[in-house]
Design a binder for this molecule. Structure first.
Ligand SMILES: [Zn+2]
Length: 53
């Protein structure tokens, strides 16, 4: 089993917009439980009704 450890064992989540995993960031240390998107771009794209069904 390959070990792809980074600097630290940071927690990760799956972005609710793009579906990709992203790692904990310093700027999220106080709001990590609320973070749902990997970036501001994903967050803004998720808010706007872009994908019409
Ligand atoms: Zn994303």
């Amino acid at each position: 089993m390959p070990r792809m450890r980074k600097k630290a064992d940071l927690p990760t989540k799956i972005c609710a917009a793009c579906g990709k995993p992203f790692a904990w960031r310093k700027k999220w240390e106080r709001v990590w439980d609320e973070v749902r998107y990997c970036s501001d771009r994903c967050r803004s794209e998720a808010k706007r009704p872009g994908k019409a069904s």
